[in-house]
Design a protein around this ligand. Sequence first.
Ligand code: ADP
Length: 544
Amino acid sequence: MQGLMQDRQLLISTLIEYAGLNHSNVEIVSQTCEGVEVRSNYANLRSRSKKLAKALLALGINTGDRVGTLAWNTFRHQELYFAVPGMGAVLHTINPRLFADQIEYIIQHAEDTVLFFDISFTALLLPLLSKLTHVQAFIAMTDREHLPAEIPDCLCYEDLLNAQDDVYDWPQFQETQAASLCYTSGTTGQPKGVLYSHRSTVLHAFTVCTVDGLQLSRQDSVLLVVPMFHVNAWGFPYAAAMCGAKLCLPGLGLDGESICELANNEQCTMSIGVPTVWLGFMNYLESAPDRAKTLKLNRIVMGGSAAPRALIDRIHTHLGAKTIHAWGMTETSPMGTIGNLLPEHQHLSQQQKFDLQAKQGRVIYGVEIRIVDDEGKILARDGIVAGHLQVRGPWIANAYFKMPDHDVLDKDGWFSTGDIACISAQGYLQITDRSKDVIKSGGEWISSIDLENTAVAHPAILEAAVVGLHHSKWQERPLLVAIKRPDTEVTQDELKDFLACHVAKWWLPDDIVFVDSLPHTATGKLQKNVLREQFKDFVFSTDQ
Ligand code: ADP
């Protein structure tokens, strides 16, 4: 027997319709590539998204066509977030920090029919123009005055909008239709396309708004630091429309000072981003403590790589804000687990709370997780035994775009994340490593993430990476590569003594090398494969 409920589809257009009508005056503040600040609201966003949808139709964009964007977090990018999927096409956000040949590869692989770009990416685009054989039009996200002359026949975003009115009914279609496309940054091999549906996007947005999720609500003014070219900015532009949160878009200004200024001016209550950004932010704040006094940030959502415990402590101590540590990946939309404390944790000391917050949190409804051994046997949730993390749910990928032969699920529908983790009896996930980064020493596993987090807790260490390198006796041993904070000193032995107070003796790195910089991926993660290559001929002092 079927239920007798209306079969309204979960479409992205319903989010902007709802926000435009019910949160009409809530502000959207955007920095821009032209250097001016634009203040808008949800009513205006709805109106302009409709004009843009009509402009896309006028350009000949059809249902399912891919519309590429090379853009920062700005109000125009946000309009594309609603207009493109809303009219039935697929929004393909491109990470401009990838290498030029990877950008070329993904635009070609996605077969983008038009490409919207911020004028700051003109130089990046120029050498690619002739190679992007599917792209029929290049559209500069600016007004006529700032149109880049270098791109032949380049269309102007504002002109396209000005040619349309906002009388438009969003089309109705199946919620399982594709809405947006995002490629993984691919530290090894070519990037792979993850194709989100309207349904997965709307369900994911609900989760962001739940109290035990990220508590996003109309009370919030959100500073969107995570780039809109990365996993739909963790779903926040959609979730913010769902609950009517004010959105502050930083444009190109992602350094500590710019973030701080925007957060102060707009009285932001929450912000989201990768740990590297917050390290920069806290370094800035600690050098300008007066600026922290007027900030209203009460929570920082951190994910994409492990949030160091020491950083969670600094954010609590110097900013008075709570860190919500989340785990996810491009393939999981991205929210998989979210690190909130439970009522039974209220009596814990602040230090014990930090310990829990440094774990990656618990699953939210909709997502299932489990850990398995090399043979696929399900492992215990005891917080000790670690295994391969698998995940399942309605906003988890079941295949990659245009890779029909690449099986990503096992027979029961579980997706292998490539992460090594343990899960506690209370359900807290702890990522101990990427499976390719875990250090296999004499048959035992050493967590590079744990060692890195412990190293950055030392006052003289700014950033640390641990890689496993060949050792003739142990197969692999850990090498710690670290950057010292400016004007501080620490020796190898002092750092080893410090680590020895916090980790098992056999985990201690055999050697420590101090460097001036560490390699990062386009999304700000440590590039361990580059480090392993750089140190491939390294001989441990314990292995001479
Ligand atoms: P890419 O795979 O393109 O580098 P993703 O954002 O999809 O980018 O990366 C997902 C991976 O990032 C996860 O599989 C995990 O290894 C790592 N990651 C994400 N969040 C966390 C976290 N909170 N702690 C530790 N690792 C994390």
